[in-house]
Design a protein around this ligand. Structure first.
Ligand code: ZN
Length: 308
């Protein structure tokens, strides 16, 4: 059985045909149309889905789409996209179902990635996990008892907007001292530029740290320590089996993971600290496509296994 997974991002739309063992076929990556007109973006998604299906000759049963912003996944409505203009309360699921003539599942991209890592990636084998994505934004997805936890109005998981100080810099969510305000990649880059000059990139900062540059190591260690402040709270509150770290900045790998795990192990409450494993996401650039293909399906099958 084949599904199409679509990972709609502010920069790229990625999609592919995914089988039941998470193998991805006919990958496609196109630039997200920069036009403010949402009709153009919807047309691009539909054109590419139809084109992939036609070219593959495979029988496709459904489409799952992960999108970069808050949604009501039950009603299939996009509330808005922080980084794509012109979207407000758009019934995207209904629009796609009508024009594609097949079932469509919709959720936000971090929930999709969380489902992917939970089912086929670094979260396999755990019943309770928290996924955190580090990039321009800092997002989170929560699995409790093998199911996505969505919260009262379907917007749970905003780890990036946990305040880590009583006072601090203002955040674009209207709060201040939010985790994202310290470890979002533009803020890491700002700090790196102050030390290494305007030409530095995050990849270069990682390379410098790996070649034992003390100033570069200090920046990544500080990122890990800021992260740990929020995640120690998460570990104590939810007692997860695993914390899965994904997203662009997670490319820094052990530079973040080692000091982060050390902080959590030493500062979280004893039982929670001993139990939790801190791991890097495993699905790489396909995480969004695989995760989106599981929307609806993974939740239904996991619900079946939890009801005994
Ligand atoms: Zn915030």
């Amino acid at each position: 059985m084949y599904t199409i997974g679509v990972d709609l991002g502010a920069t790229y739309i990625k999609m592919g045909i995914v089988d039941t063992r998470a193998r991805v076929y006919s990958r496609r990556k196109i630039e997200t149309p920069k036009s403010a007109k949402k009709a153009l973006l919807i047309d691009a998604i539909i054109y590419n889905i139809k084109d992939i299906i036609k070219a593959s000759g495979k029988k496709i049963h459904r489409v799952g789409i992960g999108v970069p912003g808050p949604v009501d996944s039950q009603k299939g409505i996009v509330h808005y996209f922080p980084n794509i203009k012109g979207w407000k309360e758009v019934p995207l699921k209904a629009i796609l179902q009508k024009r594609l003539g097949m079932a469509v599942e919709l959720d936000n991209d971090v929930n999709a990635m969380t489902l992917g890592e939970f089912t086929f990636g670094a979260g396999r084998g755990s019943d309770n996990l928290v996924c955190i994505t580090l990039g321009t934004g800092v997002g989170g997805g929560i699995i409790i008892g093998k199911r996505l936890y969505r919260g009262g109005s379907m917007t749970a998981g905003e780890i990036g907007h946990i305040p880590i100080n009583e006072f601090g810099p203002k955040c674009n969510c209207a709060g201040y001292a939010c985790l994202e305000r310290y470890v979002g990649n533009k803020y890491i880059l700002e700090r790196a530029k102050n030390v290494f000059g305007a030409g530095i990139t995050l990849e270069r900062l990682s390379a410098l740290a790996r070649s034992r540059d003390k100033k570069a190591i200090a920046i990544w260690t500080d990122v890990a320590e800021k992260l740990s402040v929020a995640l120690i709270g998460v570990v104590n509150l939810l007692n997860p089996d695993k914390i899965v770290i994904g997203g662009g900045v997670s490319g820094a790998g052990s530079l973040i993971l080692t000091p982060l795990a050390k902080q959590i192990k030493s500062r979280a409450m004893k039982d929670q600290a001993r139990h939790v494993k801190i791991v890097l996401a495993a699905l790489g650039p396909d995480a969004g496509i695989i995760g989106s293909s599981l929307l609806g399906v993974a939740e239904r099958s996991s619900a079946k296994t939890t009801v005994k």
